[in-house]
Design a protein around this ligand. Structure first.
Ligand SMILES: [Zn+2]
Length: 76
């Protein structure tokens, strides 16, 4: 498979995908095909479905994450 954006080679690897719900960010470890040139990520249908299910579960309060850091906004 070649990257649809830049034509680069893609490789299956572990990535941390970010789900943003309101002002909260949830990091989820999944497998994705990643372009080695531009970094574009390609998810399988199964992984995409899993991410959607996770997002719904978090929104409904069925799954809670571990706090791993904070997000700050800084005025310039
Ligand atoms: Zn690419």
């Amino acid at each position: 498979m070649r990257c649809a954006v830049c034509g680069g080679a893609v490789r299956l690897q572990n990535v941390q995908e970010e789900l943003i719900i309101g002002s909260d960010h949830y990091m989820v470890s999944v497998r994705a095909e990643v372009c080695q040139s531009c970094g574009e990520r390609y998810f399988s249908e199964r992984t995409t479905a899993k991410l959607v299910q996770l997002q719904e579960a978090i929104q409904q309060g069925r799954i809670k994450g571990e706090v791993i850091g904070r997000v700050y906004e800084v005025a310039k």
